[in-house]
Design a protein. Structure first.
Lengths: 212, 147
């Protein structure tokens, strides 16, 4: 089960509060934008299970878990951004397994984390695993994918790459499959990202998360 | 495994790739993305940085409060612990001398306030013995100081 106990990072390799503070201070405007957008994408992925949470909430929980040492940042293996990306993915994955009830009041998962007598942290959200996707949410995913495809009807390069992603290929496999150079792939993915963003299809404040 | 009809997996494949593309984008690309979509880089950075720093500050404050509470509980426990001391002031004085001597023999030098115990009031002697008891420095049966 993801993210249930503190990662086994030796204490001497775990970043100190001072190092965390220094890492925050060193982030650039572009880094903060990357973090927000990365987290927003993972909120979109959660669909209805995101409730009222936004990318900012996901980032907040990731950072809180770092402070609580529920997740330790091994500074010898990954930089601060890499640590936060991993935490966001893992927390989002945990939330995606949570059972969804539209009648429940959404709360931040961090508020549910409790400390046992021995100081071990437990997250009850992760005790309730449900990988099922509701039919309505599945329909919405399908519709959203169709909307994305419509944006690129005149762009066969993007459609090729999209098809590979939908088949579960990662970027490296996608490049190999379609014989794309890194530069060609980058050009295509940037074009795809900007077009989708402009269309607002994956805006976490609308679209795939609300079933009407 | 085919992802046909598994629109959740298909969607996840697309969104994961987009998220990764953002993480790997150059600074120039991020700036261009922001211009294209009207995303305010400065406001975003200020908001998120403030959230991180505020969270860290609250966390530190909470840790401090927890440490103070733990200290308070420890002090209270010490205050509530009571040892059966010898009844007479002379016996208590003897017990104190014995404990100090034993500690000195073990190479443990107690603080200066213990050295002048012959001039201490009976109340101070009792208080010191209680403190030593809480620290686990009294013999198993304080009523018999020479054991």
């Amino acid at each position: 089960m993801a993210d249930k106990s503190p990662r086994r990072v030796p204490e001497e390799r775990a970043a100190t509060p001072e190092e965390v503070h220094a890492a925050i201070e060193s982030l650039s405007l572009a880094d903060w934008a990357r973090l927000r957008k990365f987290a927003d994408y993972y909120i979109v992925l959660l669909g209805e299970k995101a409730g009222d949470r936004r990318g900012k909430d996901l980032l907040h929980v990731a950072f809180e878990r770092l402070l609580q040492r529920m997740r330790k940042w091994d500074k010898t293996k990954v930089d601060f951004m890499g640590f936060l990306y991993g935490a966001i993915e893992s927390i989002s994955d945990g939330w995606s397994k949570k059972k969804y009830s539209p009648t429940e009041q959404p709360v931040l998962a961090a508020q549910l984390v409790q400390e046992a007598d021995e100081g071990e942290l437990s997250d009850p959200v992760e005790e309730f695993v449900s990988t099922e996707v509701s039919p309505a949410q599945m329909l919405l995913y399908n519709e959203t994918l169709s909307q994305i495809e419509v944006l690129f009807v005149d762009d066969p390069e993007v459609l090729k790459v999209l098809e590979a992603f939908q088949e579960g290929y990662d970027p490296a496999s996608t490049r190999d499959f379609w014989g794309l150079s890194q530069k060609e792939y980058n050009t295509i993915i940037v074009r795809m990202r900007r077009t989708i963003e402009r269309a607002g299809i994956l805006d976490p404040t609308r679209g795939v998360r609300h079933v009407h | 495994m085919s992802t046909k009809d598994r629109f959740d997996r298909q969607f996840k494949g697309v969104v994961n790739a987009l998220a990764r593309s953002v993480a790997e984008a150059t600074d120039e690309e991020i700036v261009e993305d922001a211009k294209a979509s009207g995303f305010n880089l400065e406001a975003n950075a200020a908001e998120l940085k403030a959230m991180f720093l505020d969270t860290a500050k609250k966390f530190q404050k909470r840790k401090l409060i927890e440490a103070k509470e733990a200290y308070g509980r420890q002090v209270q426990r010490l205050q509530q612990t009571s040892f059966q001391l010898p009844q007479s002031p002379a016996e208590r004085q003897a017990l104190l001398q014995s404990v100090v001597a034993q500690q000195a023999q073990r190479g443990n030098v107690l603080t200066a306030k213990f050295r002048d115990f012959e001039n201490m009031s009976p109340t101070d002697v009792e208080s010191l013995l209680q403190e030593l008891g809480a620290l686990g420095l009294l013999p198993a049966d304080p009523q018999k100081p020479n054991e």
